[in-house]
Write a protein that binds this ligand. Structure first.
Ligand SMILES: Nc1ncnc2c1ncn2[C@@H]1O[C@H](COP(=O)(O)OP(=O)(O)O)[C@@H](O)[C@H]1O
Ligand SMILES: [Mg+2]
Length: 401
């Protein structure tokens, strides 16, 4: 985030976002104006340009802005003229801002086409209230046309750390996103392993913003804000990365997390979430609203046991109607044979839905580069099994391909 810094040259205090912003053209950063830099108002990022009230503003600068706040001084005819000329040359909503504007000036500005006239120093609450209609108007035509039944949640849990849940989730999600993209749909992965999550790393991405930024945004959660935090993988997968710094699990409010997931579903359609190994106060809420749960384990005895305990916990919460599929990752045929298929099913208390072959070299190369494994090896057992899972997922979620 850009901080207000008076040693920087004029008009350098803006954030590097490409989304529509609210441009502030003020002669100084008094009141809340400085604090607004890096903040969001009515869902829009704010860009501050410090320029004298009589300096001309190029209407071109406003073309992509959501709105602009233009300072007008009652005793500067040039500033009034600037506002009026600008109002006739742009379709962007203009808010005039003035110190103690006389009523006559307010009337003149509104008549000239001002969306609103606000007093200076600028107050965030005033600006927010003034711009909400602009936000709503812009949001309306883009409102998700996606029927809610098309929005799906796939939750990945794991028996113990190290079974390969992240490798599997990221590789599966990019395959899934690629297939969805060919149908004109999107997919999103939210890394909710907030302490040890490295999905971004395994996708070869270095996101600037993370889940932590969404939590900080509080209730101002809309599609545009969500998209400003996601990073797009070349497969089309939209990633919301785990926080860069470890976050205490209980610090994440369950209701806020559920809102983030719901918003991601509205915006992207299918959402994958990968949960931390340790259950938290939001694990059950997420599982309960999942359309499909993948429980990743390997064939280790301890791992199978931990998988079983989680399945039992889910059952004890009357959630056994959920679609839970057990995935054995790093599957090794001879190990399976020596354990016995029946014994594995007995240990788990249910059948195994998918197996993913152990191929350390291929999996490692793919996750080190953040590319789908078929970019490294066109035909492989691993690729074939990921394709099967991708197709089974689409089938289970009712997605036509
Ligand atoms: N199918 C597989 N075959 C071989 N190695 C795998 C497979 N899946 C994952 N791995 C490896 O297992 C290790 C742990 O994977 P990771 O995804 O980080 O585990 P988790 O997220 O469950 O803690 C990594 O070195 C990864 O490359
Ligand atoms: Mg992991």
């Amino acid at each position: 985030m850009t901080a207000y810094n008076s040693t920087q040259p004029a008009n350098a205090w803006h954030t590097a976002r490409r989304e529509a912003a609210v441009n502030l053209y003020l002669s100084g950063a008094q009141g809340d104006a400085g604090a607004l830099v890096g903040a969001r108002v009515a869902g829009f990022p704010v860009e501050l340009y410090v320029i004298p009230v009589s300096d001309w503003i190029d209407p071109q600068e406003l073309t992509d802005a959501a709105a602009a706040v233009i300072q007008v001084d009652a005793d500067s005819p040039a500033s009034i003229k600037r506002f009026k000329r600008l109002a006739t040359s742009t379709a962007t909503p203009l808010v005039a801002a003035a110190y103690e504007p006389p009523l006559a000036l307010v009337r003149a500005l509104l008549k000239a086409g001002a969306h609103d006239v606000l007093p200076l120093p600028l107050d965030i609450v005033d600006l927010e209230a003034s711009l909400m209609p602009v936000h709503d108007r812009r949001a309306a035509p883009e409102a998700p046309t996606l029927p809610t039944r098309a929005a799906k949640l796939v939750t990945v849990i794991k028996s113990v750390g190290g079974v390969g849940a992240t490798a599997l989730t990221t590789q599966l999600a990019i395959r899934f996103a690629r297939s969805e993209a060919s149908q004109g749909r999107e997919a999103c992965l939210i890394d909710l392993d907030v302490q040890f999550g490295d999905a971004a790393f395994q996708l070869g991405m270095r996101p600037r913003l993370t889940l932590a930024d969404l939590f900080q945004a509080g209730s101002r959660l809309d599609g545009a804000l969500l998209r400003s935090v996601t990073t797009r993988h070349e497969s089309g997968l939209q990633l919301i990365a785990a926080p860069a710094e470890m976050m205490p699990l209980e610090l994440m409010a369950s209701d806020q997390l559920m809102e983030i997931v719901a918003a991601a579903k509205r915006e992207f359609g299918t959402v994958f979430v990968e949960l931390p190994t340790n259950w938290t106060n939001w694990t059950l809420s997420l599982l309960a609203t999942s359309d499909l749960i993948l429980l990743v384990t390997d064939l280790g005895v301890g791992s199978l046991h931990r998988a079983r305990r989680q399945l039992d916990l889910i059952t004890s919460q009357d959630l056994d109607a959920l679609d839970i599929r057990v995935v054995i990752n790093r599957f090794d045929k001879s190990q399976y044979r020596s354990l016995g298929a029946d014994n594995v099913a007995t240990a788990l208390g249910r059948e195994v839905a998918f197996t993913v072959v152990s191929d350390p070299a291929l999996m490692r190369s793919a996750t080190e580069r953040g590319v789908p494994i078929d970019a490294l090896k066109r035909k492989s057992q691993l690729g074939k099994e990921l394709d099967l899972m991708n197709a089974a997922l689409a089938g289970a979620l009712g997605l036509e391909r």
